[in-house]
Each structure stands twice: as structure tokens, then as C-alpha cells.
Design a binder for this molecule. Structure first.
Ligand code: GAP
Length: 516
């Protein structure tokens, strides 16, 4: 049996990135202007896939249950919200700059301390005399590495290109510390760098007009807790959910859509009774936490994530955010290794309390049964849309040998598949076949998203649809003119069946339902 730790990603990130570019799924943002770091654009196929992920989340969180309401809040909120939530004061990363010539900036906690020795640069003149270069101290684990740093960064920076130099070890300098892995410069003192992006509201761009682009969707639910509870006449426990854009000035956006500066979240705040007030038979906040971990795991598995590609990391006391009592990270085996896909936190009554304090509004709940007021506890499943898209793409990706050929196929769950069916005429120079195929496509569109294509030979058209995960391809051939039937090909089995043209729509609709 394979244990989760022995599992290796079955596909590289480069493979996924290149499929996404080739097939109109995801493009680098602003590409014709050399891009903008940390941004990506979803193409026609990707936009559809992302929309399906969001719709299924909405269905699972709101339509399939009767204890969650959906809302849609403004991205710009009163800056006091972010003061109350703690984002203004604590949503920051510790940044440290290299004192070497690259001046590169690092997340201090992402640079492992290592043992290095300082090497000084000695300029050897033509006459053979030696001159120390002031301020040129290269920290490296070996002389070889120091030479590498010198050649890539220091030589030019010091204006010594073409000169004879020596690197001399500084006696007794070896120590463990944080040094730039790029240029061997020592890292300066870390400084807190706030991750919120800001802009200005109104015509004057002064500090009074400063507003933030929300770094999470969650606060929209907290500030609307009372509005929703009273307008929808809700009793505890109940949840408020929303999905939408969030922005973070990530220092090192990387790994494709895994960590970007603009992304989408799907979050829900589930307001419940604090455990100590629960009577026999009522779920406590801890039990609701477990419920949501399981519910969200089942969501991913239902739509195609392999269960053994998921694991749970329960944060330790040291890892927990100050407002959390418990937090379970659902991790997925991404092409870059095990990483967080979704976090499910027990945020206690922290957020509502902070908003009560900062807004002066009473957000306590009146429990009629207990005849008392209290601040509800909150369980928060917080998912990233883009990370979910990457996870679904990863687990759906398959390379298969078909006779002498290799085929790439995205075995996406039918409800996630961007296009449900594609219709082709076998011969595009036969107007009767083209007309029949176009008519059939038009009819099928009434039930599910169908496309028409005649821009390549049939084999190529099949491969193209396989690569974007289209569950069914329909071919209109010469026989169709006589028998009024077409060939329907299944993406996964590649089996073909002959179906009467008047039954194709119902047949595919039934198959899609059956596979869901
Ligand atoms: N309200 C809690 C919250 O925002 P988080 O763990 O910071 O928690 C929740 O974010 C989810 O949002 C993450 O699990 C991840 O899927 C997604 N996410 C966070 N930062 C992201 C980024 N820079 N790029 C893409 N997705 C991100």
C-alpha cells in the first residue's frame, strides 16, 4: 500500500501551465506587455471551468443545505473594518533585504539560516600589489560558491570586470545566519510589510481617502451578520457565504495560480452556539468544525480529487492565528508537492467581538430558549477558487498510450467540464453535413454547453476536446444523411455508439447525469 508520504505528483507544473496556455485555459496576465507578476487571465475554457467550480461550491454550500445564506459584498469596505479585523496591524510578512549588490528582498522566514563564511574581494594590481575592496563581503558556504556569487553579481557591481581578483576567507568569520541565496549578501533586519493593497476613494488621493482592496472575503460576512440574521429571521446555527475577488501584495507570488496577488475566494462563516452553552444532543463548535472538515473534503472527492491526494494538517498552538482556537488545513498533492488547498478554522467569537468593540454596535445573539444574550462562535471554511481549479486540473490530467500515439486527456467530472459536447461534420466540404451538424449543435445547446468545430481532421478534433475534458464528441458523417444517426464518442473509454439524431440530446443529457 502506498502511504501519502510516498506519493509523488504525477504531473509537473510546467506540463499543466503549457496545457493551459495551449488550450485557452489560463494565460499570463498582460502578456503582450511582458506580464504583471502575480496575475493570470482565464481564457475561454478556463473561465468556464472556474465558473463551474464556483457554481458547484455555491450549490453545495447554499442550495444543498438549508442553514446557509449567500451574499455578495463590496470589495471596498470602510477602512475601520480592517483595523477591527487586525489586518492593518498584523497582516504582514517579515521582509529582509540583501545587503549585497542584488538588493533582493526576501521573506525572512522563508530563508533558512545556514552556516557561511565571509570572503573579502582583493584586487590584485598589474604590479602584483593587493588592495582590499571596501564593503565587498561575500557570505557563502564554500569558496566555490563565493566565486559564483562574485561572477554573477559582484564583479560588475564593483566595476572589476576583467581584473584579476582573489577571494580571501575572513579568519574566524564562519557562523550560522541568514544570507541571500542569490548574491551572498548578508540579510538586513526584517521589517514588517503589510500585505494589503490600497487605493483611494474620491477625488483627493490623501491619507483620509485611503481604502484597501479586501484581502479576504470573510469580513463581509461578519459586518453583515446582524443584517442577514434579522432580515432572514435566522436562528443559530446558520452560515453566511460569499465568493469573490481578494487581493494580497504577496512578496513572492509563484507557482502559477497557486499564489497570486489577485485571486478568488469562496468562504463561509458558520455562526453557532459556543460549546459550553450547548445542551445534550446539540452540536458544539468543535463538532461543527469536524462536520465542516468532512463536508468540504467530500466536496473535493465528489468532483474528482483523489482521496489519497488529500491530507489534513491540524495546526499546532504555535501555528494558530491569534483569533483561532483550531484550524485544519486541507492539503492537496499539487504538482509542487503537498500544499494548503483550503483552511477550516474555529475563529471563536473573536471577529464579532472585535467588530462590536470598533463599531460600537451590539452584535450579540438573543437565544430565546436560554433567555440570554451571547456572541456566537464561528467556523470558517475558507477556500481558494484558483487553487481548487489547479487541484481539479492536476487530478484530471492523464497521458494515455493509444496505439502508437500519446493522448492527453482531462478526465474532469462532467459538471466541471467546460464544454459538455462538441459536434463535428466528418467532411467540412459537404454543405449537407455541415448544416446537419450545425443544426444539431444548436439544438443541443438548449440543454448543455455544446460547440461546433470543423477546423481540423476528425482525429485532431477528438484530441483537442480530450485535452480540455469534453465528455462527448458527436460526428455527423455521410451515412447520417441516410440513417439520420450520428456517432457519439465517450471521452474516457473512447467507445463510439451510433444514436438517432433526434435522440442524441437526451442520450448525452442522460449520460452526463449518470456520470455526475
Ligand atoms: N478568511 C481566512 C482566509 O482568508 P487564508 O488561508 O489566508 O484564510 C483562504 O485563505 C484560502 O484562500 C487559502 O486556503 C487559499 O486557497 C486561498 N488563497 C489565499 N491566498 C492566496 C493567494 N495569494 N493566491 C491564491 N489563493 C490564495
Amino acid at each position: 500500500m502506498t502511504t501519502e508520504n510516498e506519493l509523488k505528483p504525477h504531473v509537473t507544473l510546467d506540463t499543466i501551465v503549457s496545457l493551459c496556455k495551449r488550450r485557452g485555459i489560463i494565460f499570463p496576465g498582460s502578456e503582450i506587455y511582458e506580464g504583471l507578476q502575480g496575475t493570470y487571465d482565464y481564457g475561454p475554457i478556463g473561465a468556464e471551468l472556474k465558473k463551474n467550480v464556483k457554481n458547484l461550491w455555491w450549490k453545495s454550500m447554499i442550495y444543498d443545505r438549508d442553514d446557509v445564506e449567500g451574499i455578495d459584498c463590496a470589495i471596498l469596505m470602510n477602512p475601520k473594518v480592517w483595523k477591527a479585523s487586525g489586518h492593518v496591524d498584523t497582516f504582514s510578512d517579515p521582509l529582509a533585504d540583501s545587503m549585497g549588490p542584488s538588493r533582493k528582498r526576501y521573506r525572512a522566514d522563508h530563508v533558512e539560516p545556514i552556516e557561511c563564511t565571509a570572503f573579502e574581494v582583493i584586487d590584485v594590481t598589474d604590479e602584483g600589489s593587493e588592495k582590499r575592496i571596501e564593503g565587498a563581503k561575500i557570505w557563502a558556504p564554500s569558496k566555490k560558491k563565493a566565486k559564483e556569487f562574485y561572477q554573477t553579481w559582484w564583479e560588475k557591481h564593483l566595476g572589476l570586470a576583467g581584473r584579476r581578483v582573489k577571494l580571501e576567507e575572513v579568519a574566524g568569520s564562519t557562523r550560522v545566519g541568514r544570507f541571500s541565496p542569490d548574491d551572498g549578501g548578508e540579510l538586513g533586519e526584517p521589517r514588517a510589510f503589510n500585505l494589503m493593497l490600497s487605493t483611494h476613494c474620491g477625488p483627493v488621493a490623501d491619507s483620509a481617502a485611503k481604502v484597501y482592496l479586501r484581502p479576504e472575503t470573510a469580513q463581509g460576512m461578519f459586518v453583515n451578520y446582524s443584517n442577514v440574521q434579522t432580515s432572514m429571521r435566522r436562528k443559530l446555527p446558520f452560515g453566511i457565504a460569499q465568493m469573490g475577488r481578494s487581493f494580497r501584495n504577496e512578496i513572492t507570488p509563484k507557482n502559477f495560480i497557486f499564489r497570486t496577488r489577485e485571486f478568488e475566494q469562496m468562504e463561509m462563516e458558520f455562526f453557532c452556539k459556543p460549546g459550553h452553552l450547548c445542551k445534550e444532543g446539540e452540536l458544539t463548535d468543535d463538532q461543527w468544525h469536524e462536520h465542516w472538515v468532512e463536508y468540504r473534503t467530500n466536496f473535493y472527492v465528489k468532483y474528482g480529487i483523489r482521496r489519497d491526494h488529500l491530507r489534513f494538517h491540524y495546526q499546532t498552538k504555535e501555528e494558530l492565528a491569534h483569533y483561532s482556537k483550531a484550524c485544519c488545513d486541507i492539503e492537496f498533492l499539487f504538482p509542487l508537492g503537498w500544499q494548503e488547498l483550503e483552511g477550516i478554522a474555529n475563529r471563536t467569537d473573536y471577529d464579532l467581538r472585535m467588530h462590536m468593540e470598533h463599531s460600537g454596535k451590539d452584535l450579540k445573539y438573543f437565544d430565546q430558549e436560554l433567555n440570554t444574550h451571547y456572541v456566537p462562535y464561528v467556523i470558517e471554511p475558507a477556500a481558494g477558487v484558483d487553487r481548487a481549479v489547479l487541484a481539479f486540473l492536476t487530478d484530471a490530467y492523464l497521458e494515455e498510450q493509444v496505439k502508437e500515439d500519446k493522448r492527453v486527456v482531462l478526465k474532469l467530472h462532467p459538471e466541471l467540464a467546460p464544454i459538455k459536447a462538441a459536434v463535428f461534420p466528418l467532411l467540412k466540404n459537404r454543405p449537407e453535413l455541415v448544416e446537419m451538424a450545425r443544426n444539431l449543435c444548436r439544438e443541443m445547446k438548449q440543454s448543455f454547453y455544446t460547440v461546433y468545430d470543423d477546423t481540423a481532421a476528425i482525429g485532431k478534433l477528438y484530441r483537442r476536446q480530450d485535452e480540455i475534458g469534453t465528455p462527448f464528441c458527436v460526428t455527423v458523417d455521410v451515412d447520417s444523411l441516410d440513417d439520420q444517426a450520428v456517432t457519439v464518442r465517450d471521452r474516457d473509454s473512447m467507445q463510439q455508439v451510433r444514436i438517432g439524431i433526434d435522440k442524441v440530446r437526451d442520450y448525452i443529457a442522460g449520460e452526463l447525469r449518470g456520470k455526475s
